[in-house]
Design a protein around this ligand. Structure first.
Ligand code: ASP
Length: 448
């Protein structure tokens, strides 16, 4: 049994939905289908989810929202017309949105319910289309399917009891089409996962039904070993472990949501990334264990938008509780850290810059100075992280040497380096302006 998830570009218009329906019919093991909301049809287009967020924000800011809502309705109208199916979904979306906006729910809950309308309506449209061409299929709401989540709008976490309920989906005769991106809290409120969360739904459902394979259909043939906007025609990765994918998707590989790996990983369900526009391609398979490969490095990822808080103090290594006190100051400001490279007398805390507002920064620096009496405290901005990833790296000598040579060749200063003891990745911190040349040099070193 396979669970197939189709992302936004795969369901962006009627033509794509026809391809989706062919893919579903091509393999009778594809019994459960998860869909995103219609995404971009061309690069300047707007995703339906973003249009819906625009509707909700306009309403919540006491501004007219009708025109924005019309854009959503137009997208669905175009699809139903071209698929030659009933367009009653248009009125359903309109009435549904107006009743959400007029409800007494909190603004956060309203926003979640509006955002989810894209996936929910698309799932109904796809199942109606499948029925219209004689395929036995039905729409299934996540509440009925049993997707129970935490009461945390915009960042739902699955509740463990969901898995047993989901297992019952195996008994269904027909193909079920479930909207991705949201579940329901115990008290029946609709709560969405974080953005891009249909991948998470797919993974949860695949784990719940104990699928043999979770197929994630997107618009690329496979996961590339490096960002194809930085290196032309990079090599494709045919097989990856969950750990490797986690490291890569953490640092900028956006093909698969990083939270989506957890359910599949725990249930040991292989995940296959495939292209809706080229479904017979082999794609990339993500598994728990793979055969040793000749190249210990599988990929190079990079991401910008990091800040480092650098603290130094003579004899820091002997000062009991220094790290704890420092991290507590961040915790008190609700800031999570990414990495903490350290020396005997200094430590850098790397955080995402989106977390550090000017007020928080001022409070944090003042507290560090007052409570830890450091010799230096500095905030360094515009940092990028580059991760060189591969499980085979733990038993290979000389990889760090090769990597640092690549930076030298590209004339890039390494601001910091970190390698965890699992040795599945090496991390390098550099100035964000130097990312492209660094990634190219690393690619040449490890892949050419
Ligand atoms: N439609 C949602 C988003 O754009 C979820 C998804 O596509 O996976 O974030």
């Amino acid at each position: 049994m396979k669970v197939a998830k189709f992302g936004g570009s795969s369901v962006a218009n009627a033509e794509q939905l026809r391809k989706v329906s062919n893919i579903i019919q091509d393999d009778s093991d594809r019994k459960v289908v998860i869909v995103s909301a219609p995404g971009k049809r061309f690069s300047e287009d707007t995703k339906v989810t973003d249009l819906l967020i625009g509707v909700a924000e306009a309403y919540l800011n006491n501004q007219p929202h009708d025109e924005k809502l019309q854009l959503v309705l137009d997208r669905f109208h175009e699809i139903t017309k071209e698929l030659n199916i009933s367009d009653h979904i248009i009125a359903e979306i309109k009435d549904g949105i107006e009743s959400i906006l007029g409800s007494s729910d909190s603004d956060e809950l309203k926003l979640d319910a509006i955002k989810a309308t894209g996936e929910d309506s698309l799932a109904k449209v796809l199942s109606a289309y499948l029925q219209s061409i004689g395929v036995k299929a039905s729409y299934l709401n996540p509440k009925e399917a049993g997707i129970l989540v935490s009461d945390t709008p915009g960042s739902a976490q699955i509740l463990d009891q969901s898995y047993d309920i989901l297992y019952k989906l195996r008994d269904r005769e027909e193909i079920v089409v479930i909207p991705g991106f949201f579940g329901y809290s115990k008290d029946g409120k609709l709560i969405t996962f974080s953005r891009g969360g249909s991948d998470i739904t797919g993974s949860i459902v695949a784990a719940g039904v104990k699928a043999d394979l979770y197929e994630n259909f997107t618009d690329v043939d496979s996961v590339y070993c490096v960002n194809p906007t930085i290196v032309d025609n990079p090599k494709e990765i045919t097989a990856l472990t969950y750990k490797e994918m986690r490291e890569l998707s953490y640092a900028g590989f956006s093909v698969f949501h990083d939270e989506a790996l957890i359910p599949a990983f725990k249930a040991d369900i292989p995940v296959c990334i495939k292209n809706t526009n080229n479904p017979t391609g082999i794609g990339t398979i993500i598994v728990s264990k793979k055969e040793p490969q000749p190249n210990p490095v599988v990929g190079i990822a990079s991401d910008t938008g990091f800040i480092s808080i650098y603290v130094s103090k003579y004899l820091m290594n002997r000062e009991l509780g220094f790290g704890r006190k420092l991290l507590t100051i961040l915790e008190d400001e609700d800031i999570s850290f990414e990495h903490t490279p350290s020396g005997i007398d200094d430590i850098s805390i790397i955080i995402r810059d989106s977390q550090l507002t000017t007020e928080k920064e001022e409070r944090i620096i003042a507290r560090i100075k007052e409570e830890l009496d450091p010799d230096t405290v500095d905030v360094e901005r515009d940092l990028a992280l580059i991760m060189v990833v591969g499980e085979g790296m733990d038993s290979t000598v000389g990889l760090a040497d090769k990597a640092t040579h690549a930076f030298t060749k590209a004339d890039v200063n390494i601001e910091m380096m970190n390698q965890g003891s699992s040795e599945v990745s090496m991390m390098f911190g550099i100035k964000a302006s130097k990312v492209d040349e660094s990634v190219r040099a690393l690619y040449e070193t490890f892949f050419e």
